[in-house]
Design a protein. Structure first.
Length: 587
């Protein structure tokens, strides 16, 4: 196959230095400007639209994704809180001293950085993914460099390109991940799933999560048949950093900066890039005031950042299948529409979105025990001119907004401790794979990893099957297994719940392996195997002895005459320790 990746690498490497990301600040020595003195974060409860306008007029910044009648969070000068109360709003102070909070949050980032620098670096090996890289927040140049490394590690799976420039002429980059051309399955003909992070500058968990998803897709391609199936049949186009100017500014000047860096007038900067999209632009939940955090801009797509993403999406034509816009915070799965109260997607898409978002929520909950609340976007707040509405309403893609951890505001809203990054990224990697299968494959299979089975015993494997691009014949779900070098034979499959099934793997002698795969038929009569090429494999092992140390089984340590008084091993529940909010020892 003839690759174009080398040409694209030349384009990236050939950019003038001033167009690249700025050099990172030194986290250990940098002192962020103290721009939040005398400010608080307050949860207001507005009873009327006039209350909403009053709160936003008094606020320095909006700390919720949108604002409407009900409760939302604002950043405000502390001496203005009495004015809120006098206007009839309820006000619950979430962060009394925002500057002190910002100082603590920066100390957490610094502590995590110090730990990473002091620790002996683990060998990265031959894989593309580096789990340790995600243990602390990364700056713009570091994200760019990491994506470069991903491409360099797997040029056979990736294409890297600059898709446009930000307002301040910084490159906006996309990495495309897809498998090599195959007979009847050319990479250029595959459906496109597009994910972007960081439309809002201060939402640092977002670009870390999107970069993690890209990294794991690449690294798991050879080891996980389920990932290989997705990557061989979908073009994943990932834009980790949609707002490079604002993100850089949030590191150097104002940690809680939300917008891009458009100069609107002598004193007001920034357009909210998630109010600037050209579907139902200019309506509820956006503002025409240039000083507002939800300022929509002068026109739809007035900003180069939204123009770049729009043009990228439109370049795929009907191949664009699905999209996710990643934000923080609140742990929500939001689906169209968001531009006005009570507006749903037409059927059958309304039911599709409800089922998809509920199933993604259930998947994350089963994986990590964390709940992401699924709902139509307007149910949170009306917010006209958003990316998800445009991707669905104008570009025809199945689109969601993911609001990542944490669940609520208070002392860990836009700047949760660095220890939040990996749990958030891992659970959303699982959800992203599920989303891609449901929106870009004919039938969506979800199979948990099964690395080993108990020798000489039948093993039950629970899995999920759902309609994807085509409707499913639920009576057709089947599974096949082969022991050792034997031929694949049908194995029992039984329903275990809506869309859920249990397959029973045959007994396998110790030291051998079992390979297995699944299939289902669409209502159109097409049979889909999963994975399409190859199979899952599990090794048979025999457990001779197991001790999870949850109960005392009589173990002793030390010789009978050992009279040591300290340093003796004991069975106990370890006490958790943290440094700067970073967990360094399990509880």
């Amino acid at each position: 196959m003839k690759r174009v990746s080398a040409v694209l690498v030349f384009i990236v490497a050939g950019l003038p230095h001033h167009a690249r990301a700025a050099d990172p600040v030194d986290i250990l020595t940098h002192t962020p400007p103290r721009v939040h003195e005398g400010q608080s974060v307050v949860r207001v409860t507005a009873q009327t639209p006039r209350h909403v306008q009053t709160a936003l007029a008094l606020a320095e910044s909006l700390w919720s994704e949108g604002a409407g009648v009900g409760a939302f969070d604002i950043q405000i000068h502390t001496d203005r809180i009495p004015v809120l109360l006098e206007a009839g709003l309820q006000a619950d102070v979430r962060i009394p001293d925002l500057q002190a909070h910002a100082d603590r949050a920066w100390a957490q980032v610094r502590a995590a950085e110090r730990m990473l620098r002091d620790r002996e670096p683990a060998p990265r090996g031959l894989g593309a993914h580096d789990e340790a890289w995600f243990e602390n927040y990364k700056q713009l140049a570091q994200i760019d460099n990491y994506v470069d490394t991903l491409h360099a590690a797997r040029p056979d799976l990736t294409t890297l390109e600059v898709i446009g420039q930000s307002l301040q002429n910084r490159p906006i980059r996309a990495i495309t991940i897809t498998g090599p051309d195959r007979p009847g399955n050319a990479a250029a003909d595959r459906p496109v799933v597009l994910w972007n992070g960081c439309l809002h500058a201060r939402e640092w968990v977002s670009p870390m999560t999107v970069t993690y998803i890209a990294s794991r897709l690449i690294d798991d391609y050879d080891a996980d048949p389920g990932v290989r199936d997705l990557v061989d049949h979908i073009r994943f186009v990932i834009v980790p950093m949609a707002n490079p100017d604002g993100y850089l500014y949030s590191w150097t000047n104002n940690r809680y900066w939300r917008k891009n860096r458009r100069q609107n007038n002598a004193s007001d900067f920034g357009v909210d890039l998630n109010r600037n999209w050209g579907f139902e632009w200019g309506g509820a939940g956006s503002s025409g005031n240039p000083s507002s955090d939800i300022y929509r801009g002068t026109d739809p797509f007035s900003e180069p950042e939204t123009q770049v993403l729009r043009d990228l999406a439109l370049s795929f034509g009907p191949d664009l299948a699905a999209h996710i816009d990643y934000h923080t915070f609140s742990q929500l799965i939001l689906y169209p529409f968001g531009y006005a109260d009570g507006v749903f997607a037409p059927e059958p898409d309304r039911t599709f979105f409800e089922n998809l978002s509920n199933d993604m929520s259930d998947l994350i909950l089963s994986y990590s025990g964390v709940f992401y609340d699924p709902m139509p976007s307007w149910q949170l707040y009306p917010a006209a001119g958003g990316a998800t509405d445009w991707f669905y309403g104008a570009a025809g893609a199945k689109s969601l907004t993911l609001e990542l951890r944490p669940a609520s505001g208070g002392l860990a809203a836009f700047d949760p401790p660095p220890g939040t990054i990996l749990p958030t990224a891992r659970e959303n990697y699982e959800a992203a794979r599920f989303f891609a299968a449901r929106t870009a494959r004919p039938i969506a299979f979800t199979v948990p990893p099964v690395g080993t089975v108990q020798a000489d015993e039948a093993t039950e494997v629970e899995f999920m099957v759902a309609a994807g691009l085509q409707d499913l014949d639920p009576t057709s779900v089947a599974a096949f297994a082969a022991v050792g070098q034997g031929a694949a034979e049908p194995i029992p499959v039984s329903p275990s719940g809506p869309g859920r099934y249990t397959a029973t793997l045959p007994p396998v002698p110790c030291g051998q392996s079992v390979s297995f795969f699944f299939s289902a038929t669409t209502l159109g009569g097409a049979t889909i195997d999963y994975p399409a090429d190859g199979a899952f494999t599990a090794d048979a092992v025999r457990t001779v002895f197991a001790d999870d140390f949850s109960t005392d089984q009589g173990w002793t340590v030390g010789a009978p005459d050992d009279d040591a008084t300290t340093g003796i091993w004991v069975r106990a529940n370890p006490v958790g320790t943290s440094v700067g909010g970073v967990q360094v020892q399990p509880q």
